[in-house]
Write a protein that binds this ligand. Structure first.
Ligand code: FAD
Length: 371
C-alpha cells in the first residue's frame, strides 16, 4: 500500500480550500494547501495600503441568513456592522440602490408605496410584453422603461459585454425591488465586514496548516498527485481536463487602483456608474467598509472584460452551451474517486462567500465520515 506524505493536497487557498483544510486538520488529517498566486485567500485577499484594507479582487461584503455560518466566521474575527447601501450614478445624478422608495422619490417625487406602485404599473401597462424572452424584457416588466433605461440597461451591458436582448432573463430576477425607504442591498439577517479584513479569516482557517504559494498545480501535477492520498481541487474544472470539451466562459474585471491624497473621495464604499459612455461599472472606496479615518483614501475602478484564458475567471456565464459543457466535465470528474472538486471554479457556480463556506463544510463532513 502506498504511503503518502499528506492526507489531502488542497489546490487553492480560497474560502473553499481554507475551510476544507481547517476542518480536516481539526479531525487530525495532514494537509498541504498550495496556490498559484503569491498570497493565500483566493478572491477574498486584502492588501494593506495606507492603513486601509483594500479588497484586491473586488468589493466583498459578507452576508448570510444562516446563524451557523455567521458564528463560524465570527470565531476568527469580529465584524464591523457594515450595511451595503450602494449608490448609482446616471448622467451625473445619484440614486439609491436597491430600487426602493428613495429611488422612486428621486425619479418621480412619489411619496408613498401606493404612488410608486401606480407609477411603475402605469409604465409597464404601456409595454407589449407578456412572456419575457430576454433580460431586457424581464427588466422592463419588473420596473418599467425609465428605471430600466437609466439604472439597468447600460450597467448590465457593460458588465456582461452583451446586449441586454442577448442575455437570459433569469440574471435580472435577483434584483430586489422594494416599497420601503430601505437602502440595505441585502435581505439577510447577518451582514458585515471582518475587522482587519478577510485575511484574518483566512489566517485563522489556515493557522497551523502547511501552505505553499506561487505553485501552479498543473506545472507539477504528477509529483503533487503522488504526495497525497486525496486531492481537493478548487481551480477551473475545464483546465483540469485540459479543455477537452472547450473552455467554460467567464466575465472578468480589470481593477485599477488609485491612492488619493484626500481623506474622502465619494462618501460611500460602492458607487455604480450606469452610463454607457463611462467604461467602468463601479468605483469602490475601501476605507468606508470599515468606517476608516485614515489620512488618505484608496479607490478602485472596475472595468469589465472577458474572463477567458489570461484574465481572472470571475463570473461564470451560465447559458445553455456553457452548462452543457460543464455537465460533460462533471461526468468526467465523477470517475475520479481520489479527487474532490469544490468551490466556484471547480463547480462553475457563482457562490457568495457564505455559500462557498457552506458547501465546503458539507463536502468535508461527507469526506471525513468516509475516510
Ligand atoms: P477562489 O477564491 O477563486 O479561490 C480559488 C483559488 O485557487 C485561487 O486562489 C486560485 O489562485 C487557486 N488556483 C486556481 N487554479 C490553481 C492551480 N492550477 N494551481 C494552484 N492554485 C490554483 N461574495 C460575497 O459573499 N459577497 C460579495 O460582496 C462578493 N463579491 C465578489 C466580487 C467579485 C468581483 C467576485 C469575483 C466574487 C465576489 N464574491 C462575493 C464571491 C466570493 O469571492 C467567492 O464566494 C469566494 O471567494 C469563492 O471561494 P473559492 O475558494 O471557491 O474560490
Amino acid at each position: 500500500m502506498a504511503v503518502y506524505e499528506y492526507d489531502y493536497l488542497i489546490v487553492g487557498s480560497g474560502l473553499f480550500g481554507a475551510v476544507f483544510a481547517y476542518e480536516a486538520k481539526k479531525a487530525g488529517k495532514k494537509c498541504l494547501v498550495i496556490d498559484k498566486r503569491r498570497q493565500l485567500g483566493g478572491n477574498v485577499f486584502c492588501k494593506n495600503i495606507e492603513g486601509i484594507n483594500v479588497h484586491a479582487y473586488g468589493a466583498h461584503i459578507f452576508h448570510t441568513d444562516d446563524k451557523f455560518i455567521w458564528d463560524y466566521v465570527n470565531q476568527f474575527t469580529a465584524f464591523h456592522p457594515y450595511i451595503n447601501s450602494p449608490i448609482a450614478n446616471y448622467n451625473g445624478s445619484l440614486f439609491n440602490l436597491p430600487f426602493n422608495m428613495n429611488t422612486f422619490y428621486k425619479l418621480w417625487g412619489t411619496k408613498t408605496p401606493t404612488e410608486a406602485r401606480l407609477k411603475i404599473a402605469d409604465q409597464i401597462s404601456q409595454l407589449n410584453i407578456t412572456k419575457p424572452k430576454n433580460l431586457e424584457e424581464q427588466a422592463l416588466l419588473m420596473v418599467g422603461p425609465e428605471i430600466y433605461e437609466k439604472l439597468i440597461k447600460h450597467y448590465t451591458e457593460k458588465q456582461w459585454g452583451r446586449k441586454a436582448t442577448e442575455l437570459p432573463a433569469f440574471i435580472i430576477k435577483r434584483l430586489p425591488l422594494r416599497f420601503t425607504f430601505n437602502n440595505n442591498y441585502f435581505n439577510d439577517k447577518y451582514q458585515g465586514i471582518p475587522i482587519g479584513g478577510y485575511n484574518k479569516i483566512i489566517g485563522g482557517l489556515l493557522g497551523g496548516v502547511e501552505t505553499k504559494v506561487g505553485i501552479d498545480y498543473f506545472y507539477n501535477k504528477k509529483e503533487l498527485d503522488a504526495i497525497a492520498r486525496k486531492i481537493v481541487f478548487t481551480g477551473k474544472i475545464d483546465e483540469f481536463f485540459n479543455y477537452k470539451f472547450g473552455e467554460l466562459e467567464y466575465r472578468s474585471l480589470n481593477f485599477v487602483e488609485e491612492i488619493l491624497q484626500i481623506d474622502d473621495f465619494q462618501g460611500n464604499a460602492v458607487i455604480n456608474y450606469c452610463d454607457a459612455c463611462v467604461p467602468f461599472t463601479r468605483i469602490i472606496e475601501h476605507k468606508h467598509f470599515e468606517f476608516g479615518k485614515q489620512k488618505y483614501t484608496v479607490i478602485t475602478k472596475e472595468f469589465p472584460l472577458s474572463g477567458m484564458k489570461a484574465n481572472e475567471p470571475f463570473y461564470p456565464i451560465k447559458d445553455s452551451a456553457n452548462m452543457k459543457r460543464y455537465g460533460q466535465y462533471q461526468s468526467l470528474a465523477k470517475d475520479l474517486p481520489n479527487f474532490i472538486f469544490g468551490g466556484r471554479l471547480a463547480e462553475y457556480q457563482y457562490y457568495d462567500m457564505h455559500q462557498v463556506i457552506g458547501s465546503a463544510l458539507k463536502k468535508v463532513k461527507q469526506e471525513l465520515s468516509n475516510f
